[in-house]
Design a protein around this ligand. Structure first.
Ligand code: NAD
Length: 538
């Protein structure tokens, strides 16, 4: 029986304008969640464990604000989580698709309704997002992932082979045999929710290791899943020390897949670990990883400079540049640069940085001390470097929160680290090129970094757009024309990149869902032949 999943539409973005009910609800939720210290357990087989080591979760914009205490999973508990998940899979994979889908559709409705502002508040307090950035992430994108993934799964189930007279062929879309290890980053609550749930829709079981710095929102989402009817053991919530968790899970013969989003270095370590353990596994684990980026904005001399300045500011500095898709290198023609530079200075002077609980703030703090220290060092080095000039920003202030000022650095060296290394903060490198060297700059954009995640070209001249699209075909998995390279929407711009940016399995599309099934083909013959001979033998 078809599950007849309702056709999804993207969740409308609420605006939080003064006087709106959503603004009041979010403010109340921030107050409530910010006035308690949430105690976050490990959850295995539906049971909450509060034992062993703990870590403090603090707010990036007020590092003295203790938001939560997280309990970490021990090796014994991790092994119990593996056993429990493998056991839970037997029942879960035999649930009808409609029943499994109902859990995730209900989760989407709970998030769109009663849970929306609590999870947005957790994302604002714990991960430092403004109301708008929290809304498009922890509400809209996560709701979209839940609804669209169920819809994509239904489409896959409907894809069936042809049959011939007397023969009936069917495709049985089995889950992977064993557990999927989901490892999620700090920067999107939506990714935290998507990586464990996407495989689970097909009857997979998942061990989910959330990021410490996204723990509060991720814990709330896990509780929401339980309220939506997710049975115990299907997704095990296992905050823990990454080395201990990875060694235990990757060392298990039951590892069936990895669903990762995070930095390139960590993903390579995970893959190396899988390769080293390969003979142990029952099946070859599916490895899906979306990783780092050094995303570009390339302006042609024909570009509209106002649109370009807007894209540079929004694309580089929203959420403090901590989006994998954030623009962090720009190539601007000499003829356009004076106007663009003046525009950047003028507009960036208007940006307010601070605590996003103050709704007039556009840029908050970076996630933690480690990020702050790294970014501060980049600024110090650039100030001392003759090849660099600070065009705007350049400040860092650690007194209350981890504040790095939105910064534009012009460099004369197109291979300088500001043009090649992912810093993951509000720092944009700019290289000014000679207008006549369009072909050379295309080559430069393509080859300057190992990454290939997102990129944007700004041009009014159609021939320039076409030449960039062709020359940069492999330089970005998400390519934008006259738009900023951030803000991909589920179902509209499936997301991911290749080269060092990941396996490009496109979260928010049917392509990602294919990775979580292991099809079995069933051929059934109505009246099987009763003799082995063939006519030609006659
Ligand atoms: P990270 O790699 O530091 O951490 C990601 C997750 O991996 C966290 O849960 C972390 O605890 C865990 N981890 C760290 N070391 C580990 C280990 N040895 N074994 C197992 N797990 C380990 O990344 P982050 O700082 O949370 O996120 C930022 C990075 O993620 C950036 O590089 C960004 O570009 C990337 N990112 C990519 C995408 C994408 O779709 N391509 C999306 C979001 C973020």
């Amino acid at each position: 029986m078809s599950a007849n999943i309702p056709l999804p539409v993207n969740e409308p973005v609420l605006h939080y304008a003064p006087g709106s009910p959503e603004r009041a609800a979010l403010q109340a939720a921030i107050k409530e969640l910010g006035s308690v210290v949430t105690d976050i357990p490990v959850v295995v087989n539906g049971r909450e464990y509060r034992e062993g080591k703990t870590v403090r979760v603090t707010s990036p914009q007020k590092h003295g604000h203790h938001l939560a205490t997280t309990h970490l999973a021990s090796t014994e508990l991790l092994n119990e989580a593996i056993r429990g998940a493998v056991t839970a899979q037997k029942a879960w994979e035999n649930w009808s698709f409609a029943d499994r889908a109902a859990v995730f559709l209900k989760a989407a409705d709970l998030l769109a309704g009663p849970w929306r502002q609590r999870i947005n508040a957790a994302t604002l307090l714990g991960q430092g997002k403004t109301p708008h950035q929290a809304e498009i992430d922890s509400a809209c994108e996560l709701i979209d992932f839940l609804r669209f993934n169920v819809h994509f799964a239904e489409k896959i189930l409907a894809e069936q082979p042809i049959s011939s007279p007397g023969v009936w062929n069917r495709m049985d879309y089995r889950p992977l045999e064993g557990f999927v290890y989901a490892i999620t980053p700090f920067n999107f609550t939506a990714i935290g929710g998507n990586l464990p749930t996407a495989p689970a829709i097909f009857g997979n079981v998942v061990l989910w290791k959330p990021s410490t710095t996204a723990m509060l929102s991720n814990w709330l989402f896990f509780q929401l899943l339980r309220e939506a009817g997710l049975p115990p053991g299907v997704i095990q919530f296992i905050p823990g020390n990454s080395t201990i968790v990875s060694e235990t899970l990757i060392g298990s013969p039951h590892l069936a897949g990895i669903h990762f989003t995070g930095s390139t270095g960590v993903f390579r370590q995970l893959w190396t670990g899988v390769a080293a353990n390969l003979p142990k596994y029952r099946s070859y684990p599916r490895i899906v990883g979306e990783t780092g980026g050094k995303d570009f904005i390339l302006a042609h001399p024909s570009a509209d400079s106002d649109a370009l300045v807007t894209a540079m500011i929004r694309g580089s500095f929203e959420y403090q540049g901590q989006k994998c898709s954030a623009a962090s290198r720009a190539y601007v023609p000499r003829s356009l640069w004076p106007k663009v530079e003046a525009g950047l200075k003028e507009e960036m002077a208007k940006i307010k940085q601070g605590d996003p609980a103050d709704f007039s703030v556009y840029v908050g703090a970076v996630i933690d001390e480690r990020a702050f220290t790294k970014l501060e060092q980049v600024l110090v080095a650039a100030k001392a470097d003759k090849r660099c000039r600070i065009v705007a920003g350049g400040g860092a202030d650690r007194r209350v929160g981890w504040f790095i000022e939105p910064t534009v650095i012009e460099t004369t060296d197109p291979h300088h680290q500001v043009m090649t290394v992912e810093f993951f903060g509000p720092i944009l490198g700019v290289y000014v090129y000679d207008d006549a060297k369009w072909d050379e700059v295309l080559q430069l954009v393509d080859t300057a970094t190992d990454y290939a995640l997102t990129g944007a070209v700004f041009a009014q001249d159609r021939a320039a757009v076409a030449s960039a699209a062709q020359a940069l075909r492999h330089a970005a998995g998400n390519f934008y024309v006259n738009d900023k390279p951030t803000g991909a929407v589920v179902g509209q711009q499936p997301f991911g990149g290749a080269r060092a940016s990941g396996t490009n399995d496109k979260a928010g599309s049917i392509l990602n869902l294919y990775r979580w099934v292991s099809p079995r083909v069933i051929k059934e013959t109505g009246a099987p032949p009763a003799h082995w001979s063939y006519p030609y033998l006659g």
